[in-house]
Design a protein around this ligand. Structure first.
Ligand code: SF4
Length: 381
């Protein structure tokens, strides 16, 4: 079995009760069967707490009214951990913030930026992320796994990550190129012409294709009305998603009012001023965008082997970075035109939680991408 991890993987350490937030609130924790069997066998004083804190029918941990896990104490430590030890945790709690994507004979392990400590590591990283692989014994066969499509997706993802990490190219061109590659791969996947994906990958390494995408990016960037309508629509789409934290809705409403309610002219002025400010005061933003794009792309793109939605996954990666940037612009206005690294960290982990801790949200986001295609105007990220 082949395992891959990002090169910052071993930097992560949970800070438990010193965490600025907690991963034990706001989402429904589903316990695995083996953990539930262990909990049934527990005797002694903790048995009563266990019996009342687990929804045995659903196999989930109960939550308080403010959506905190029933085992999460006031001091933000886990009672299960303190009473029964680390080995008592269910798989979800043991793994988090590790995220595992499973393919035939492959496990891709990433760290979710929904954890503040992971967001800090990724956003502070200056060098391009590398992915490390190692082998462990064991083989498996999946019944309906398409190894040919998987192999094309892997090649496509490798090229897209190389392009995203090519810092000689402007970021808008890099984003435009990965959108174009995913778009053309999608056309071939739909037609069942999977092997011709290689032609796409070769084409987008030529100067001619780069010049073509550059022209398309410039054309889209000159259409400010389209940009305003599209970004606002994408922001509204965020509102359609299932909400995991109660404070997410007011946060979105406030950002929406600050950015869009005064109309297109005001929005474009704010965007221009914010871009100028960020260029001067946060020059690391372009590297942070790259790291986030690589994060979303590397985590989700190869999952297209199961649903065929390659293009939607790349669009979701680009839109996610764009929306994070919009939320940051709103925060900047709120902070009287100031931002700290902590604002970026917080915006990233809050966004990631709402999107990535909910499979229906990930699914809905991809569906929305299929309905409202992303134009190539990424100057603003
Ligand atoms: S969010 Fe991350 S750092 Fe905080 S408690 Fe959870 S795993 Fe630990």
């Amino acid at each position: 079995m082949l395992y891959t991890i990002p090169d910052y993987y071993h930097q992560f350490q949970c800070v438990a009760d010193r965490c600025e937030d907690t991963c034990c609130a706001g989402w429904q924790i589903v316990a695995d069967r083996r953990a539930l069997e262990r909990y049934r066998k527990v005797r002694g004083p903790f048995r009563k707490k266990l019996r009342s804190s687990v929804d045995w029918k659903e196999g989930t941990f109960r939550q308080s009214e403010d959506k905190r896990c029933a085992f999460l104490k006031e001091d933000n430590l886990c009672e299960m951990y303190t009473e029964l030890g680390k080995d008592s945790l269910c798989r979800t709690c043991r793994r988090y913030p590790r995220h595992v994507e499973e393919f035939e004979n492959v496990r891709e392990i990433t760290l979710s930026v929904s954890c503040p400590e992971v967001a800090k590591i990724l956003l502070a990283k200056k060098e391009p992320v590398k992915f490390l692989s190692y082998e462990k014994e064991g083989e498996e066969e999946y019944e309906d796994f398409d190894p040919f499509l998987y192999s094309e997706l892997l090649d496509g993802r490798d090229l897209m990550i190389r392009i995203l990490q090519d810092r000689k190219k402007p970021l808008d061109l890099r984003a435009g190129l990965i959108l174009a590659i995913a778009h053309d791969m999608q056309v071939r996947i739909k037609k069942g012409e999977i092997f011709s994906c290689q032609e796409v990958l070769e084409r987008y390494q030529t100067k001619a294709a780069e010049a073509y995408v550059q022209k398309k990016v410039q054309e889209a960037q000159s259409n400010e009305e389209q940009q305003f309508r599209y970004v606002r629509q994408m922001f509204w789409n965020l509102d359609q998603l299932e909400r995991l934290r109660d404070d997410w809705e007011p946060y979105l409403r406030e950002a929406e009012a600050l950015l869009y309610r005064k109309g297109q002219k005001h929005y474009l002025e704010v965007r221009k001023e914010f871009s100028d400010w960020i260029g001067v005061h946060m020059p690391e933003w372009s590297v942070q965008c790259e790291q986030l794009l690589v994060y979303f792309l590397s985590t989700y793109f190869c999952g297209a082997v199961y649903d065929g939605r390659a293009y939607a996954k790349v669009q979701m990666a680009v839109i996610s970075v764009l929306l994070i940037r919009e939320l940051l612009a709103a925060q900047w206005l709120k902070n009287e035109k100031m931002l700290e690294m902590q604002d970026v960290v917080e915006t990233v982990y809050r966004y990631s939680r709402e999107l990535e801790h909910s499979d229906p949200n990930l699914n809905q986001m991809e569906e929305m991408m299929e309905e409202q295609l992303v134009p190539m105007f990424w100057k603003q990220i």
